[in-house]
Design a protein around this ligand. Structure first.
Ligand code: CP
Length: 306
């Protein structure tokens, strides 16, 4: 039995149980088939972004429009989160105008502070620790291409950062086998690994850290990578050195299963973490992922706001 999701926040993928994630994915599939509706007529969300975005901003905007609602985009230059005005006062003010707040920010604490002071649901559109909407869209993509998530072997090559963290926890909650290969100094934090392993134990998924990228992708159904230097990180030269050898190439894809798919959250730094040959090749599903952000976020908006 899935508890009502109305009024809840979505700050981290682990905010939802395995059953609730399954319900969100089933709803995403239904909404993708159904097309537009007026389910969120007269509802408005604020899109508050401290960092640039293409996919997240446009897909949330279009999702609200397709559900009969509206969105208002607010940049950091206008709002001055924690500069012009405190996070709590912004939350209290926006709660008088809108039915939900979507925030892209740096610290997870900013999301927690905003959610504590807001009277409306707050949705994480990417923080330094989590990218839960990305993970939900990715799980939808895996389910579409592999017909299931439970028992699917997902290999993540690269940074143990926000995208990896949310995807790993979401995957094991849905019963997948998740393996990650990261340079020693860019591994998932120990506390995050402990949380993911606890989720895996409850849900029947597995989590492993591999010693090499070849070990990680052996027999993989999904090969996933992300940029070596994310937004807000400045040390790109030292990162390039640390991640040298962590590129997804055609040779690496050859170690995975023959029908493995290649995934990337985008934007990609072609020639760094992935070659053109792979991202433009027949195994790549990166634009299905981008599209599925829309359908997954429609489900999130519908279930939290309606
Ligand atoms: N993947 C992702 O979040 O893309 P944007 O940064 O363009 O929103």
């Amino acid at each position: 039995m899935v508890k009502k999701l109305k009024g809840r926040d979505f700050l981290a993928i682990g905010d939802f149980t395995a059953k609730e994630l399954g319900f969100l994915l089933t709803t995403s599939i239904k909404l993708k088939k159904k097309g537009n509706s007026n389910a969120l007529k007269n509802k408005t969300i604020a899109l508050l972004f401290e960092k640039p975005s293409l996919r997240t901003r446009v897909s949330f905007d279009v999702a609200m429009h397709n559900l009969g609602g509206h969105s208002v985009y607010l940049s950091q230059a206008e709002v001055g989160l924690n500069k012009r005005e405190s996070t709590a006062d912004i939350a209290r003010t926006l709660s008088r105008y809108v039915d939900g707040i979507v925030l892209r920010t740096y610290a997870q604490k900013t999301l927690v502070d905003l959610a504590e002071a807001a009277d409306v649901p707050v949705i994480n559109a990417l923080s330094d620790e989590e990218h839960p909407c990305q993970a939900l869209g990715d799980l939808l993509t895996i389910r579409e291409h592999k017909g299931k998530i439970r028992g699917v072997h997902i290999a993540f090559i690269g940074d143990g950062h926000n995208v990896a963290s949310s995807l790993a926890e979401g995957s094991v909650l849905c019963g997948a086998d998740f393996t990650i290969a990261s340079p020693r100094e860019h591994q998932l934090p120990k506390s995050v690994v402990a949380r993911i392993k606890a989720s895996a134990e409850k849900s029947g998924g597995t989590f492993q850290s591999a010693h090499s990228i070849e070990e990680a992708v052996k027999n993989a159904d999904v090969v996933y990578t992300d940029v070596w230097t994310s937004m807000g990180q400045t040390e790109s030269e030292s990162r390039k050195k640390a991640f040298a050898g962590y590129a997804v190439t055609k040779k690496l894809m050859g170690i995975a299963k023959r029908n493995a798919i290649f995934m990337h959250a985008l934007p990609a730094h072609r020639g760094e973490e992935v070659t053109d040959e792979v991202i433009d090749g027949p195994q790549s599903v990166v634009f299905d992922q981008a599209e599925n952000r829309l359908h997954a976020q429609k489900a999130v908006l519908l279930l939290l706001l309606k």
